[in-house]
Design a binder for this molecule. Structure first.
Ligand SMILES: Cc1cc2nc3c(=O)[nH]c(=O)nc-3n(C[C@H](O)[C@H](O)[C@H](O)COP(=O)(O)OP(=O)(O)OC[C@H]3O[C@@H](n4cnc5c(N)ncnc54)[C@H](O)[C@@H]3O)c2cc1C
Length: 656
């Protein structure tokens, strides 16, 4: 560590072989594996060559988000039903727009990483014979899903962090990333502002692993934890290409305490109702659309494992019709609640709610689990007490009050492009976790956590075997560091638009025009407004009254660029004639009418399943970004005899 002066600013320079940005489940796993690979290669001071840098160890989706039983999707571990990596990969690619090699790598690495978490003490449940238990989630035809409870990802990151600390790897907390330093077509350093002391740091590195999570702050109606901004705008500026940005996932979540109301919250079949903004005029708004109590209650149940909004589950009164109806109510300024104290209430033409009246799938499940108590909260307490406790921890007693809910942004299946070793479009920069664009249009619930673990293992293995453990030299890239950090510091004195106004504008626009309901003319308009905002920021700067304002100014600036990237991708896909797919619905005047509403939607254009939309920053383009369609890479069909394959492994040819 040394300090230099750039302008009047003291800048602290740190040097590491590999810097990992982000301390969630993916970032922590990368640190653990990289240390272990380096150590296996005989590097004695591996811990001094790796650093984790994060805006907040306790922040991010892994630490702060979850659901009734947060899901980890892995290869099947049932003692009776055989699973295979190819079958697993086939499920991951089933919705289209997914690279086959990534899906196969995630499948092959799945159990290795699952058992790695078991060894790290994550309490995944097993039976008396040691078989790890599974259940069915959305888009999951098998029972590959498992869970360690509502806080699975929190435990994953915390237990991995214990290993990181035990290994002596330094974690730099409270470091807001402000810039990625580029030199010779590489990213050679990460500039951060310490959020408490407001000093400037540069983490110079030979290799970089970006694990900064999804761009949660893009949306107003969101279940991402507050302050999960990510660094998408900075990554675009540094030249990284992204894929499938259009494929964000949306679904029902509580808003007072941001938490998904999937799984057992819905399987216990709560009452769903709306009120006006003052809490009066209660209405059972679902009853206008479902013909019988049986159909309505069964679809509420199905929302449990058909959780993300899915435009292909709307017609003929399927479960995603509920998301549309909730959205319709909130659009009218009404508030929607999920009330676990009461069973669903019907209208005069419906029979009263009775468990025996449910359709077979719901009734059999509840009978099998023994959740046949009178009221939803009793059924929930019987099935999953931790799902009640988590709300209690956040001051909400589900036995006393209903939960306000909305259709919220929760995950991006897309992200930055990676190859089968999770190396990005820039050499020596790796992207892991939600920041990587590894999923296609649909993914089974829980596949995000599997992908983050496998991707971070693969990135670490590649770095240790191909790029090695050398430290950056003192003089390398110092010119670029001085120049680029100097430019950044100059911007700290600029003043103009308030950061909060910028973020409010972005969030309102993204929720309205880039959420689960999209329309081409509206998306074009939103894109033009997003570009205008970036230009305004460039001209006027973001208001900084004291050093305390610097981190939020930086966040607002790169979030504005990220929102242009997302909207540009959405517009390009709509222009290609895509329809409703994944977790968004495309409105079209000549589309299919959603019975009982004014909405007409365009069905999926299945011809686009074999095409991935790639987006790159290009300031010369009128829309600031360049889009192109690429064909998904196939699965690798290497099946060599043992001896030649062993030789390739010994010679390191597998990394070529
Ligand atoms: C409500 C909810 C429920 C979910 N349920 C499931 C589920 O059941 N199964 C599943 O597989 N997935 C689920 N997901 C998705 C999954 O939790 C995330 O994709 C995953 O945890 C992301 O892990 P990560 O390590 O990539 O990033 P994160 O855990 O988000 O960590 C990001 C890290 O980067 C840091 N960071 C962010 N921005 C900056 C910045 N500007 N500067 C410096 N540092 C920064 C953060 O502080 C944090 O340390 C859910 C997500 C939500 C929101």
């Amino acid at each position: 560590m040394e300090s230099i002066k750039i302008g009047k600013q003291k800048v602290i320079i740190h040097r590491y072989n590999t810097v990992i940005v982000g301390a969630g489940a993916a970032g922590m796993n990368a640190a653990v594996h990289l240390y272990e690979f380096f150590t296996q290669k005989g590097i004695k001071d591996a811990h001094d060559r790796i650093a984790v840098v994060t805006a907040g160890v306790s922040l991010g989706a892994s630490r702060m988000s979850g659901s009734d039983k947060q899901t980890y999707y892995k290869m099947g571990t049932s003692p009776e039903v055989a699973d295979s990596a190819e079958a697993f990969a086939k499920t991951l690619t089933a919705g289209g727009c997914c690279h086959g090699d990534l899906a196969l790598a995630e499948a092959v690495g799945s159990l290795r990483e699952f058992y790695h978490l078991v060894q790290a003490s994550v309490p995944f449940p097993h039976d008396s014979m040691g078989s790890f238990l599974g259940y069915k989630t959305d888009h999951d035809p098998f029972e590959r899903a498992t869970s360690a409870g509502p806080k699975t990802s929190k435990m994953m990151s915390e237990y991995l962090q214990r290993q990181v600390v035990r290994y002596g790897i330094k974690i730099y907390d409270q470091q807001e990333v402000a810039h990625l330093v580029t030199a010779n077509k590489r990213i050679v350093g990460v500039v951060t502002i310490n959020k408490r002391k407001f000093n400037v740091n540069v983490f110079q590195c030979e290799n970089l692993i970006l694990a900064a999570g999804g761009p949660g702050e893009l949306y107003k109606t969101s279940v991402y934890p507050k302050n999960q901004t990510g660094i998408h705008g900075l990554a675009f500026k540094a030249g990284l290409a992204a894929e499938n940005l259009t494929e964000s996932q949306f679904g029902l979540a509580s808003t007072k305490f941001r938490w998904n109301v999937s799984g057992s919250y819905m399987q216990v079949i709560p009452r769903i109702f709306s009120t006006d903004s003052d809490g009066g005029d209660e209405r059972e708004f679902l009853t206008d659309f479902f013909s019988t109590m049986s159909k309505m209650a069964t679809n509420i149940f199905l929302k449990g494992y058909q959780w993300p909004f899915d435009p292909q589950r709307i017609e003929n009164c399927q479960s995603s019709l509920i998301d549309i109806l909730v959205f319709n109510e909130t659009r009218k300024g009404r508030c929607v609640f999920l009330d676990l104290r009461k069973n669903p209430v019907g209208n005069s033409s419906m029979k009263p709610f009775a468990l025996e009246g449910l359709e077979a799938e719901a009734l059999t499940y509840l009978q099998k689990t023994g959740a046949l108590q009178k009221m939803p909260v009793e059924r929930l307490a019987f099935m999953n007490q931790p799902a009640i406790d988590i709300y209690k921890e956040h001051g909400i007693d589900l036995r006393k009050e209903p939960l306000e809910i909305a259709v919220c942004a929760q995950h991006n299946n897309g992200g930055f492009a990676v190859n089968r070793w999770w190396e990005s479009s820039i050499k020596r920069t790796f992207i892991v976790g939600e920041m990587a664009g590894t999923h296609g249009v649909k993914r089974p619930g829980g596949a995000a956590l599997n992908s983050g673990q496998v991707g971070s293992l693969r990135a670490a293995e590649f770095i240790a075997n191909v790029y090695g453990a050398d430290m950056p030299s003192k003089n390398s890239a110092i010119k670029e560091i001085k120049m680029q950090v100097g430019d950044l510091i100059e911007r700290f004195t600029a003043g103009g638009i308030k950061a909060k106004d910028v973020v409010d504008e972005i969030q309102a626009r993204m929720t309205l025009s880039a959420g689960h309901i999209r329309e081409i003319n509206d998306a074009h308009y939103a894109l033009s407004k997003a570009i205008a905002l970036v230009k305004r920021i460039k001209q006027e700067g973001i208001s900084i009254k004291s050093t305390k304002d610097i981190p939020s100014a930086i966040r607002a600036e790169h979030l504005a660029l990220a929102s242009v990237a997302y909207l540009k991708a959405i517009v390009s896909l709509l222009e290609q004639g895509s329809g409703s797919r994944g977790s968004h619905l495309v409105l079209s005047p000549d589309g299919v009418n959603i019975a009982g509403t004014e909405l007409r939607f365009k069905p999926e254009n299945e011809g686009l399943r074999n095409s991935i939309l790639r987006v790159e920053y290009d300031p010369k383009q009128p829309d600031m970004f360049h889009c192109e369609s690429i064909t998904p890479r196939p699965q690798l069909a290497e099946r060599k005899a043992f001896e030649p394959a062993w030789k390739e492994y010994r010679l390191g040819k597998i990394y070529e």
